[in-house]
Design a protein around this ligand. Structure first.
Ligand code: SF4
Length: 267
C-alpha cells in the first residue's frame, strides 16, 4: 500500500497471474474487445499482400542502391538480379492468388506442403511482424490462424485415438478446463498442459502423435504453428482473454469437440 498525503492509493499486486513472455509488454489494462481478437480472413489477406509488396520493395530498393557497385563486378549482374527479383515477386503473387482461391473456393489448389504447412507458415509470421508495426497484431494473427485452420481442416485427416494429442495452456478458466477434459474423455484422447512452448515441443517429441489439437492465445499459437505445423498436422484453437492475458482464458468448446471428433472420433 502506498500513502500519498491525504490520499491513500491501493496498489494491487497480482500474484496468481504469470505472464507468458509474449505478453511482457502488457500494461495491465483490460484488453480491447474483452480479449476477443476475432477478425475476418480478409484482414490477413490484406496484410499478407502488403507484406509481400513491402518485401519486394525493399529488395528492389536494395538493388537500386547497390547496382552501381554490382555493375563493377559484371555489367549484366544488376539486370540479372532485377529479373530474379521480378520472378520472385511474380511467384509470390501467384502463390497468394492460389491461396485466396483455395480458401474462398471449395478445394485446395496446392498440396499442404506448398500451402498451409509450407510457405504459409513463413508468410503468416512475416505478416504478423508487419501488423505489429500498425498495432493490429492480435487481430491479424487471429485471422491468419483461422485461414490456416480452414485449409488444414479441409484436408480431412483422420488418425487413431492414441495418435492424437490435445495440448492446452495453463491459463484456461476452470469451466473451460472441465469442458476440455470432458471432450478428451469422450473421445479417449490424452491431454497435456504445456506451460511453455519448449515443454510442448518436448511432449510432442516424446509422445510422437500423428496429429495435434493445440489451444493457445494468438501470440503463442503463432510460434507454436511456426515450430510444429511444418512437421506435424496441427489444428490451432485460439482463446478469448476476458480477464487479460494468461488467466481465465475461454475457448469455443463446440469447435474443439468438432475437431477432436473429426480427427479421432468414430473409428
Ligand atoms: S497461451 Fe495463455 S499462458 Fe500462454 S501466453 Fe497465451 S495467454 Fe499467456
Amino acid at each position: 500500500m502506498a500513502v500519498d498525503g491525504a490520499r491513500t492509493q491501493l496498489i494491487r499486486i497480482e500474484t496468481d497471474r504469470r505472464l507468458g513472455h509474449e505478453w511482457d509488454e502488457w500494461d495491465g489494462r483490460p484488453l480491447p474487445g474483452g480479449g476477443d481478437f476475432s477478425a475476418p480472413p480478409g484482414l490477413f489477406f490484406g496484410f499478407a499482400a502488403l507484406t509481400i509488396a513491402l518485401a519486394m520493395g525493399i529488395l528492389a530498393a536494395a538493388l537500386y542502391l547497390l547496382a552501381p557497385r554490382l555493375a563493377l563486378l559484371s555489367a549484366t549482374l544488376p539486370v540479372v538480379l532485377g529479373w530474379g527479383i521480378a520472378a520472385v515477386g511474380g511467384i509470390a503473387c501467384l502463390w497468394l492468388a492460389l491461396l485466396l482461391l483455395s480458401f474462398y473456393g471449395s478445394a485446395a489448389l496446392l498440396p499442404e506442403r506448398l500451402l498451409e504447412r509450407g510457405p504459409y507458415l513463413q508468410v503468416m509470421n512475416a505478416t504478423s511482424r508487419v501488423a505489429r508495426f500498425f498495432g493490429r497484431r492480435d487481430w491479424v494473427e487471429h485471422a491468419a490462424i483461422d485461414v490456416y485452420n480452414t485449409l488444414a481442416e479441409r484436408r480431412g485427416r483422420r488418425v487413431k485415438k492414441g495418435e492424437l494429442l490435445v495440448l492446452i495452456p495453463r491459463c484456461l478458466s476452470k469451466e473451460t478446463l472441465d469442458g476440455v477434459l470432458a471432450i478428451a474423455g469422450r473421445y479417449e484422447v490424452p491431454v497435456f498442459v504445456a506451460t511453455r512452448g519448449q515443454l510442448a515441443r518436448r511432449v510432442i517429441r516424446e509422445r510422437r502423435p500423428r496429429a495435434v489439437v493445440a489451444v493457445a492465445c494468438e501470440r503463442d499459437m503463432m510460434t507454436g504453428l511456426r515450430d510444429v505445423a511444418g512437421k506435424l498436422p496441427v489444428l490451432g484453437l485460439t482463446m478469448q482473454l476476458p480477464n487479460g492475458p494468461c488467466r481465465d482464458a475461454v475457448v469455443d468448446l463446440d469447435v474443439m469437440d468438432r475437431w477432436v471428433r473429426a480427427l479421432a472420433g468414430a473409428q
